[in-house]
Structure formats: C-alpha cells, structure tokens
Design a protein around this ligand. Structure first.
Ligand SMILES: [Zn+2]
Length: 470
C-alpha cells in the first residue's frame, strides 16, 4: 500500500518493522468537552485506515491516549489547562469531567462506526512513566530545570523541525496573540515536560515528583504511552494535521532523545474540516457535534459518508447543504442496495474479485476513499448477479463501515406505507416559502420543527424529499 508520509513529504510503500503486524498510535481526545465533527473526521479516516490494514491481512495493535491533564489552550505552553477550564465551566471535579467526556467521545464513535482501539490509556494513569522518562532526559542532557519547571532543550537536537513545514517564525504566533513569552526557556522552541510553576495555582490534579508537586506537559504523555504499549518503535502514528506542530514534533524530539534511535517511521495526518467562515468547530454559532447532526435529522453515518467522499489530505468544507447532498446520495445508495436483498442467486467468486479490484487499487493508492466509493457504485452498476454485487459491497463496507447492508435491511423493514402527516407537509411548504424569501433563519427553525415531529427533509434535484427519521 502507498501511503503519504508527512515525515518524508511523499507517498511511499507502507512497510512495518515486523511483516503482518502494525503498531499504530493515535492521539486521543482531550476530554474537556464534546468532540466536534472536525475532530471526528480524523478518527473516521484513521478508522478506515486501520480497517483496511486489517482487511489486508495485518494484525493491528491500535493505541490511543486520553488527555485528561496538561493540554493547555494554546497547544504550546501558554494559556490555561483545558481540563481546568472545564472545571470552571461545569463546577465539577476534573475526573468526573474526564469520565463524562470520555464516555461521550466513545458514544459518538459507536454512532460513526469507529472501532474502539484495543488500548485506551488516560494520561493520569501513567504519571510514574512520565516522571521516569523525564528523569532520563535530564540525565542525558536533553532537559533542564528552570523556574521550577522542567523543559526539553531543543538546541540539543540535530534537527527539531522534522516535518520541514515549520520555521522558527511560526513560533511567534503565541507572541502575536499577546501571550507572554516564557522567560525560563533557553530556546524559543523548548517546551515543558513537567510543570511545577505556572500561572494557574488552582490546578486541581498535581503529583509528587523529583522537581516538586506538579503535573506533566501534554506532549510527554503520547511518547510514554506509545512506548509503554508499543515498545521502542511504532509503525504508524496518526492525528489531525493541527497535531503535526508542535505536538508531534515535540513527541519525536523527546522520544528519540530518550531512545537514542528513530521512533516512528510513518506519520499520517488528516486535514481540517472547515466551515465557510473558516471555523472548524462551529457553524453560525452552533457547536458542531454528532448530537447536533442527529437533532437535525441526519444519520451519523451520512456524515461518515460525507467524509469518505473526499480525500483525507484535502481540507473539507462543511455546510448543511453539503451534508444534505451527501445524505441524499447515501440514502439513494442504501435504496439501491435494498433492491438486491432477498435474491436467490449464488455468489460468483471470480466476478466478485473483479469487482473488488478497483476498490483495493483505490485504497492502496494513499487511502483514496472517494474512488473506493466509486468502486461501490461501479459494482452496483455491473452485470454481476444480485448475490455477487451484494457480497462485493459487503466486503467493501467492512472497510468503509457505512452500515450499508444494515441500513438497506432496516429501510426495507420500514417500507410499509408511511403516510406524511398534513402538519409536516404544511411545515415543509412554509419552509419552501422561507427559503424562497431567503429567510434562512426561519427555514432552519421550520426544519427543526419538522425534525421534532420525526421527519427528515432533504433538498434533491428532484425537489424536497420527506422521510421518517429511523
Ligand atoms: Zn499525541
């Protein structure tokens, strides 16, 4: 399989240290709030990658951390601990917030058909490992104490900006935002491994350490958790592109300084989801979560389909219109598959292999899920019999995880005449008028009312489609 590697800036064959085994690390969520659908795009694409690697005959060990301490609002060493921010917002303890949003995250994953990694490790469960690693880094001369905190000394490395995309000027971002520079740092790029002194004395979680009562920096947790379960090397490290710098850069710096050799050969980054106003988490003031999609009548799997329709290395623009189009296409695809159910044909294995070939080619070419979906359509259009088509689609959907067959069965079960109530029809009509008058706020409000009555509407080229919410 060819897979783009952020480290080398090119597509290259994905090769693991041990043939047939993949050690895959994923940066997990910071559990201070619900995940927004932009974050979830990364997890969807990583899930497809994991499933494709498994389907190709590999045994995948997937490791994920849960950040429940040390992640500051700036991603660097400035700002406030995100968990502490949630404590102020919700007046609960850090641990109860962490538990609540960890569960919420995995509930979203279930709805999006994202498999839970074999190993899920909260950062607060590995404090002794962090301390031991930091001690060794100090011993090897890669870390220093200043003003009570322990810092990683980036000047000791031959190369710090491993992804080549970043220059020292990029680090001025914090300064531009009016955040005070940390005077304890010897070099601008240095970062905190352990905090004992910080601006926020109300930090709830603190642990004893050789440097005093404190807590770990964010980056050290992924290095230590990766090594705890993956050993001295990883085959694949994943995350959103916003993790590449400084988080992954710092992970590499400290891991390789600690180990004395290279750590992870292949880095997989998923690009952003943006709304038209350039934001990733909100649209017109609404925080974009899986629950919001459901409230508006969209199946979470339609969102998964929307993500898979585009390549992971391209930014994806989210709008309700774009999601409408994806949901419409998804439902049509499901309906098409529905017509193949209850056939009495036998699967033609040779023909099925032929149908699967373009799918494999697409996935082998840097996880081209858009082309892989085309392969699903082409299989349905082919001259194969119904059983063969169905069997090929099922095999492809084991990787894509769009729940196509289940959705087709469910909608076949619901095919009995569902009559649209007059009240819903009247609201649909009113919404049409509001849209014509470009009163989109009113149109949105009417849509919400229709949804509340258990119906979903979608604009298609043929007009407005009204279907019951499953
Ligand atoms: Zn990480």
């Amino acid at each position: 399989m060819l897979l783009y590697n952020t480290l080398t800036h090119k597509k290259e064959p994905f090769v693991t240290a041990e043939p047939g085994k993949v050690k895959m690390y994923t940066c997990g969520p910071t559990v201070y709030h619900y995940a927004h659908i932009g974050n979830l795009r990364s997890y969807i694409m990583e899930d497809v990658l994991e499933k494709y690697l498994s389907a190709s005959g590999n045994k995948v060990l997937r490791i994920m951390n849960i950040t429940d301490v040390g992640h500051l609002t700036s991603d660097g060493d400035t700002g406030e601990d995100k968990m502490q921010k949630a404590v102020k917002r919700e007046h609960k303890s850090v641990m109860s917030i962490a538990q609540f949003y960890t569960e919420a995250f995995f509930a979203d994953c279930v709805k999006l058909n994202i498999k839970k990694p074999e190993i899920v490790q909260p950062a607060t469960g590995c404090i002794p490992e962090f301390i031991a690693t930091i001690e060794k880094l100090i011993e090897k001369g890669y870390a220093y104490l200043a003003g009570g905190n322990v810092y990683f000394d980036t000047s000791k490395l031959e190369q710090y900006y491993v992804f080549h995309d970043f220059k020292e000027e990029d680090l001025d971002v914090g300064v531009r935002e009016g955040v005070e520079a940390d005077e304890n740092k010897r070099n601008k790029a240095d970062f905190v491994l352990w905090f004992t002194k910080s601006k926020f004395d109300d930090q709830e979680l603190k642990w004893e350490s050789p440097w005093g009562l404190g807590y770990p920096g964010w980056h050290i947790e992924c290095s230590c958790i990766g090594m705890k379960y993956g050993g001295e090397t990883l085959d694949l490290h994943c995350g959103g592109i916003d993790n590449a710098f400084p988080h992954h850069t710092n992970e590499i710096a400290q891991s390789e300084a600690f180990l004395g050799h290279s750590w992870c050969k292949h880095w997989f980054h998923v690009l952003h989801l943006n709304t038209n106003d350039g934001k990733m988490s909100k649209s017109k003031g609404e925080f974009l979560t899986v629950s919001l999609l459901e409230q508006k009548g969209y199946s979470p799997l339609a969102y998964r389909f929307f993500c898979l329709q585009s390549h992971y290395r391209k930014s994806l623009v989210f709008s309700w219109e774009n999601l409408d189009n994806a949901a419409g296409a998804y439902n049509k695809l499901v309906a098409k598959i529905g017509t193949l159910l209850n056939n009495t044909d036998t699967v033609d294995e040779a023909k099925k292999a032929e149908l699967l070939k373009p799918f494999t080619e697409a996935m082998d070419n840097d996880l081209n899920t858009a082309l892989a979906i085309t392969a699903v359509y082409d299989a349905l259009k082919s001259d194969a019999n119904a059983a063969t088509k169905l069997s090929a689609v099922e095999a492809m959907d084991q990787v894509l995880s769009l729940g196509l067959i289940d959705a087709a069965k469910a909608s076949a079960d619901k095919a009995e005449n569902t009559e649209i109530p007059a009240e819903v029809l009247a609201l649909v009509e009113a919404r049409k008028e509001a849209r014509k008058a470009k009163d989109f706020a009113k149109a949105d409000e009417l849509r919400d009312q229709i949804t509340a009555l258990g119906w979903q509407i979608r604009e298609t080229r043929q007009g407005t489609e009204i279907t019951p919410i499953q």
